[in-house]
Design a protein around this ligand. Structure first.
Ligand code: ADP
Length: 641
């Protein structure tokens, strides 16, 4: 049958260009990508053979082999893993399986080191072969089918695919026709060096098949034409890294393992290698990345830890093996205490795994806490928090057992300074008479810092946490206290700061004119009458010092920002009515109190103040035209006066 030609998906062509151009200086990574794929293919076969041992039995020793051929100018990588069917060859190698090129292209920074990290995250690993080869043949035969197909491409426009053999042994052979400038990858020592530096942690043996050499001349001959092919030599350690004694593993080896298992190429921020013996025996090798993976906020929120049983890879992302709020943790868990042939459902309810999970969650959080509390210069916790804080905060409402620990780990922006503050710092700085942790939430920090609702707290020197993450709206309503101090939002209900000792007592002592008693009641009644059902209530404010008015939610209502967020996401029809608070010390309010309730201007001013309060909250005005007319009318009066 003739080979069938197919163009690459449009995206593949772009990825190829990007990969070749941006990663050229790191072209030796093609080998670790191919070895990593080959090792995954062997892992998958071993797992499938648990339920069907015929798959493995014909060729039971899993291995990867590198064979250079300098006459042909090719490097061949063989594995006897699961292999690929025709459709799998087309789908896996002709399309960008997992993420769009556009995102890859966007993420490219032009900084080579950072860009190398992106390969793999985007599933473009295989395409890196075209940096070193101008012709690539992938011959593959899927375990159980044993029909071989050849996928060929020059990496430019498309590929061809054809059936080449029935009754083929299982596995994949990749033949790279090396470009002229890439002939170094025929050299035994170059290849050994790359394998040792990038792929030593691979648990499958990697063999090197040297080229045929002239035989030693026999006695009496000075020369012979006879060639001998040397025996293949194993060039990696080939034992699962997590089973080796910790003292035998170098930082480099840990790092390369992380790159392989996490499909990431940054340096891990931390690692945790556990070799636990006891009620449940298991080994775990987990890493916290230093940069956010691209899919961290994917709605599936799947964790990234692989499960092995007795060194055999079982599955990725098993539900319940790691909590969702630790989904940035990457690595492996391996246990002796499970049967190999248990179903996924059984695994999900396994008491052994529940125990391992509990143990590991504690260890991971303790490890993060240790970094959070590190002394002085060694403390790089802020960088961790900036990458993963939003995800950790999900745990505050999802994991009640760990809530206090997670609250300890949480960092916030506050009115105290421009850095990150912990709740423990906040509590330690609380003022005499202060009995709550004050918060204010909104969409951006700059706007939050100038919120009118903050004024009285600021005047008193009371610290306020500025919550600008959407996720804050979820954990906060469900979290009553930290170190027994309740959280209190400054945009909701009554706020009474009068018992708190002020930093600026002198200023407070100065008599300020204020509207009180009957005058205040009359003004409030007039405003209520004028604004009608636009507001839930009108009352005098204890939280304002400089602004005339602000809006707040009812004590038992939802926080204002949560409502807005839900409305934006069509989870809520209408926003509930706000309470309008007025500042009795403000000149304008005093002026209004002195105006005759029958005066038309009073009504117009009430409308203007209400609209102004909406603007400060970032909420749309119900009638911007009316607002603008009123505003102009008052401005002209000001000019005329
Ligand atoms: P990634 O490995 O990140 O998924 P690649 O482009 O490297 O992306 O590979 C694409 C897919 O092709 C792999 O996910 C795998 O399904 C398949 N594949 C690649 N190499 C092999 C191999 N040697 N044996 C079997 N399948 C393979």
């Amino acid at each position: 049958m003739a080979a069938e030609k197919q163009p690459f998906e449009a995206e593949v062509g772009r990825v190829l260009d990007l990969v070749i151009n941006s990663l050229y200086q790191h072209r030796d990574i093609f080998l670790r990508e191919l070895i990593s794929n080959a090792s995954d293919a062997c892992d998958r076969l071993r797992y499938q053979s648990i339920s069907d041992d015929t798959l493995l039995s014909s060729d039971p020793d899993l291995k990867i082999m590198l064979t250079p051929d300098s006459d042909a100018g090719t490097l061949t990588i063989d594995d006897n893993g699961v292999g690929m069917s025709r459709d799998e060859l087309v789908d896996n190698l002709g399309t960008i399986a997992r993420s769009g090129t556009a995102r890859f292209a966007e993420a490219l920074s032009g900084d080579d080191k950072a860009d190398v990290n992106l390969i793999g995250q985007f599933g473009v690993g295989f395409y890196s072969v075209f940096m070193v080869a101008d012709q690539v043949d992938v011959l593959s035969s899927k375990a159980g089918e044993n029909i071989a197909h050849r996928w060929s491409s020059d990496g430019k426009t498309g590929f061809s695919i054809e059936k080449i053999m029935d009754d083929a042994p299982r596995g994949t052979r990749i033949v790279l026709k090396l470009r002229d400038h890439a002939k170094e990858f025929l050299d035994e020592y170059r290849l050994r060096h790359i394998v040792r530096s990038y792929s030593d942690h691979i648990a499958i043996p990697i063999l090197f098949q040297g080229e045929a050499k002239p035989a030693e001349p026999k006695e009496g001959e000075d020369k012979t034409d006879e060639l001998v092919v040397p025996e293949p030599q194993q060039i990696n350690e080939a034992s699962a890294l997590w089973t080796r004694p910790k003292s035998d593993i170098t930082d480099e080896q840990y790092k390369e393992f992380y790159h392989h298992v996490g499909q990431a190429f940054d340096d891990p921020w931390s690692r945790l290698h556990v070799q636990a013996e006891g009620l449940v025996s298991y080994q775990a090798l987990l890493f916290v990345p230093s940069v956010q993976p691209m899919d961290l906020f994917d709605p599936k929120r799947e964790h990234q830890v692989k499960l092995y049983v007795k060194r055999v890879f079982i599955t990725d992302g098993l539900e319940g093996l790691m909590p969702r709020y630790l989904r940035f943790v990457k690595g492996v868990i391996d246990t002796e205490d499970l049967q190999l042939n248990v179903s996924r459902e059984t695994l999900q309810h396994s008491a052994v795994l529940a125990k391992i999970k509990k143990d590991l969650v504690r260890r991971v959080l303790d490890d993060i806490a240790r970094r959070a509390n590190a002394d002085g210069d060694d403390n790089d916790y802020d960088t961790f928090w900036e990458q993963f804080g939003q995800v950790i905060k999900e745990g505050i409402y999802e994991d009640h057992e760990q809530r206090e620990k997670l609250l300890d780990l949480a960092r916030f922006r506050s009115t105290h300074d421009d850095g990150w503050v912990s709740l423990a710092d906040y509590v330690a700085r609380m003022k005499e008479g202060q009995d709550a942790i004050y918060t204010i939430s909104g969409d951006n920090l700059t706007a939050l810092k100038s919120s009118p609702q903050l004024e009285a707290a600021r005047a008193k020197g009371v610290e306020v946490l500025l919550l600008a993450d959407n996720i804050d709206d979820f954990w906060l309503p469900q979290t009553d206290t930290y170190q027994e101090k309740p959280f209190k939002s400054l945009t909701r209900g009554d706020v009474d700061l009068s018992k708190i000792e002020s930093d600026t007592e002198d200023k407070e002592d100065q008599p300020t004119e204020t509207v009180e008693g009957e005058d205040l009641d009359k003004l409030i009644a007039a405003l209520k009458a004028k604004l009608g059902d636009k507001v839930a209530d009108v009352r005098a404010s204890a939280r304002l010092t400089d602004s005339a008015v602000c809006l707040v939610a009812n004590e038992h209502g939802m926080d204002m920002r949560l409502e807005r967020f839900l409305k934006q996401h069509q989870q809520l029809g209408e926003l509930s009515k706000r309470v309008l608070e007025i500042n009795p010390k403000h000149e304008l309010i005093r002026g209004m109190a002195a105006t005759d309730p029958g005066n038309e201007d009073l009504g117009e001013l009430a409308e203007l103040l209400f609209d102004q309060a909406l603007i400060v909250e970032g909420e749309p005005l119900p009638d911007p035209g009316a607002f603008s007319r009123r505003m102009s009318a008052f401005l002209s009066k000001g000019l005329a006066a």
